[in-house]
Design a protein around this ligand. Structure first.
Ligand SMILES: [Zn+2]
Length: 461
């Protein structure tokens, strides 16, 4: 033992049926354990290796242990307008134009409470890191991103908010109303302020900020270009929606005279600093170009199905082309539910539906939801993997009860084929956020009452 070795580690998760490390060798440890110290994985082993002495033991009997799942696309504030009746059967563009005026009523209290509830929901579903794309910043709405970050910090959740923006309103040929768009310079100045205030580039960081103009049909090309330059200067990541709907290519042809992914390239976004949401409609050449650039894709399977129209992201082709593919639940008013287990399962089902049973197994879906997502966020090797030195984020999934009866031979396949399942324990930075299926932080009922009141105000109920 060298002088820097701790006498006692902070936490030992032990007795697991299987630990799926998703490390470089894809090791799977029967009867495994994971030791976490000072927020990072200290060591791990199987049932034959003795673990280090520990301050605290967390039992994982009957559980599959995986790295915490990572959500690469979300709009948490939309949980204030979940399954909103006037919008549920619209096309994407109709759905957006119905909801923009509702979202124009957002304020700091709404951002804080919706984030608290939304991140709690994600933690219960086995997510340990989430992005959020908040692109509605109403005049006099206050500092919504800082309000969300406060909720994440109170919960102890690893958070990647993105500073969303819209600068092209209806009067300029865009989709959103004037009340929710902002001026070009105001957006860039606020982006820079938020990065200075909250972005932590260090290893194991709990908060990182990315810049995220909403979509090609709600911002100007100048804002896309200047945002990319600002991200380069500040060394932060870039996020946007891309190729989510066939209407987007029609819009792009009419307004920019090219396909939407060509427009994306023209404004300087084709790079490994960017990851994009959905990307359902690239052509073969565009898939190869995304791979060459190293631009990541947040695959949102439930959202693909909910939007309808038959388009499904070509995940198999993306991965073959070297595109980093992560998982995303998308906003709470388009998918309405935010379980990353369900997104991983839906990625499995859609993958097999598109390309057959050989093309996608539970291990592929797990890899997308962990390592792939970490790649989208520029945190490969740090998040989404259980290996010494990586972040101490993991989930214990119970593979027990009637839903798992008879599933004896492969705990990883059983995890996604059986179920539904939620987290028994969710650990972030070595600290329990969910224990025995319940949040360790108090105040849920009070927060839900506040959420209900805000939702009623925003929905005009
Ligand atoms: Zn989205």
């Amino acid at each position: 033992m060298d002088a820097t070795e701790p006498l006692l580690v902070d936490l030992l998760v032990t007795g697991a049926e299987l630990v799926a490390t998703v490390d470089d060798e894809r090791r799977e440890l029967r009867g495994g354990w994971v030791a976490i110290d000072e927020g990072l994985v200290h060591s791990l082993g199987d049932g034959t290796t003795p673990p280090p002495a520990t301050r605290r033991v967390l039992r994982a009997d009957g559980c599959l242990v995986t790295p915490g799942l990572i959500n690469t696309h979300h709009h948490i504030y939309q949980n204030l307008t979940r399954s909103f009746r006037p919008a549920v059967n619209g096309t994407l563009f109709q759905w957006l134009t119905t909801l923009y005026p509702r979202w124009a009523l957002l304020d700091e209290e709404a951002a804080y409470v919706s984030a608290w509830v939304g991140l709690a929901e994600l933690a219960l579903g086995g997510c340990t890191t989430s992005t959020d794309h908040l692109y509605v910043h109403p005049r006099d709405g206050g500092d919504l991103i800082t309000a969300e970050i406060r909720a994440a910090q109170e919960l102890g959740f690893r958070f990647h908010p993105t500073r969303g923006s819209m600068s092209r309103s209806q009067k300029d040929g865009g989709l959103p109303p004037d009340s929710v768009v902002q001026d070009h310079d105001e957006i860039l100045a606020d982006s820079e302020r938020l990065v200075a205030l909250h972005h932590d580039p260090s290893w194991g960081a709990m908060v990182r900020v990315a810049l995220a103009p909403c979509s090609p049909f709600s911002v100007t090309p100048e804002l896309m270009r200047d945002t990319a330059e600002l991200a380069e200067r500040l060394d932060v990541r870039l996020h946007t929606h891309l190729a989510e709907d066939p209407d987007e290519d029609t819009y792009s042809e009419e307004v920019y005279g090219c396909r939407t992914i060509e427009h994306f390239e023209h404004v300087g976004w084709g790079s490994d600093r960017s990851w994009v949401a959905h990307c359902i409609y690239p052509n073969d050449d565009e898939i190869l170009r995304l791979g060459k650039w190293g631009t990541g894709v947040a695959h949102c399977p439930s959202s693909n199905m909910m939007i309808g129209g038959g388009g499904l992201a070509p995940v198999h082709e993306f991965r073959a082309a070297g595109v980093p593919v992560g998982i995303g639940c998308d906003g709470s008013a388009s998918t309405d539910s935010a379980s990353l287990w369900m997104e991983a399962r839906n990625a499995l089902l859609l993958g097999r539906m598109r390309k057959g049973p050989q093309s996608m197994g539970a291990r592929d879906a797990l890899e997308i939801a962990t390592r792939g997502s970490a790649g989208c966020l520029g945190r490969e090797g740090e998040l989404g993997v259980l290996a010494p030195g990586a972040a101490g984020d993991l989930v214990c999934w119970p593979l027990e009860g009637v839903a798992f009866a008879g599933a004896l031979s492969d705990p990883v396949e059983a995890w996604l084929r059986c179920g539904p399942v939620a987290a028994r324990h969710t650990v972030v930075r070595g600290r329990l956020l969910v224990e025995d299926g319940a949040l360790t932080v108090g105040g849920v009922d009070e927060m839900l009452a506040r959420h209900r009141a805000i939702s009623a105000r925003i929905q005009g109920a």
